[in-house]
Design a binder for this molecule. Structure first.
Ligand code: PGA
Length: 251
């Protein structure tokens, strides 16, 4: 059973001093005895500040995105080399990147490969739209995203998968634990098994989409769900820590 992971995706929120303040409050309130891997993913400009703020604690840091090249003429981008030593994790293929910034499965795959090359743990996000779910295509879409995102990869040590149905992100319309568990224990776990065999059992699979203190335990009680990727509710230390503690207690 993989370790429980609760990752906070701060998205484009918090200026650098607010980010440090939030990270410090989470660091101070986090009880490492919960045995939860806590990952804070601030905007790129705050990665260094947050990483310094949590240094020496069990709290980990992740980026929200990166380029796949090490360096070069890519205005506005950040490379995996630059993240090394600052972050342990990087969120890749988030639906907002795919939908608003045109990221394709192929691009996401290049980024996942780059993360592995630089010993960063990719949090690979997959998820279907409402239209795809209503059209009965959720399983097919998810399987295709997992296969494409992990194409030509042999060793998946360190991989984290996140199932984030697009219709549940930031909407308050969380997927039921049964819907989430069905996809996570089904399409995702089975695809990982068929591609990587027993190594698939070590991959934490997180649910994301309107997770809050009121619903987190219901997800954690499902065995195929190993953690959560939290957006809105990760922006307040108290709420986020409540999610962490509830998740730790439920597992
Ligand atoms: P949300 O976002 O918790 O605000 O729905 C989750 C995410 O996009 O990672």
């Amino acid at each position: 059973m993989p370790k429980t992971v609760i990752a906070g995706n701060w998205k484009m929120n918090q200026n650098p001093s607010e980010a440090i303040e939030l990270a410090r409050a989470i660091r101070d309130g986090f009880d490492a005895a919960t045995n939860v891997e806590v990952v804070l993913c601030p905007p790129a400009i705050s990665l260094i500040g947050v990483s310094e703020a949590v240094q020496g604690s069990a709290v980990r840091v992740g980026a929200q995105n990166m380029h796949y090249e090490d360096a070069g003429a890519f205005t506005g981008e950040i490379s995996p080399l630059m993240l090394q030593g600052i972050c342990d994790y990087v969120i890749l293929g988030h639906s907002e990147r795919r939908q608003l910034f045109g990221e394709t499965d192929d691009l996401v795959n290049q980024k996942v490969k780059a993360a592995f090359r630089h010993s960063l743990r990719p949090i690979l996000c997959v998820g279907e739209t409402l239209e795809q779910r209503e059209g009965g295509q959720a399983n097919t879409v998810i399987e295709a995203q997992v296969r494409a995102g992990l194409s030509d990869i042999v060793d998946i040590t360190g991989l984290v998968l996140a199932y984030e149905p697009i219709w549940a992100i930031g909407t308050g319309q969380a997927a039921t634990p049964e819907i989430a568990s069905d996809i996570m224990g089904g399409a995702i776990q089975q695809t990982l098994q068929s591609m990587f065999g027993p190594a698939a059992n070590d991959v934490p699979i997180l649910y994301g989409g309107s997770v809050n203190p009121g619903n987190v335990a219901s997800y954690m009680s499902q065995s195929p769900i190993h953690g959560a990727l939290v957006g809105g509710a990760s922006l307040q230390a108290e709420q986020f820590l409540e999610i962490v503690n509830l998740a730790g207690a439920a597992k």
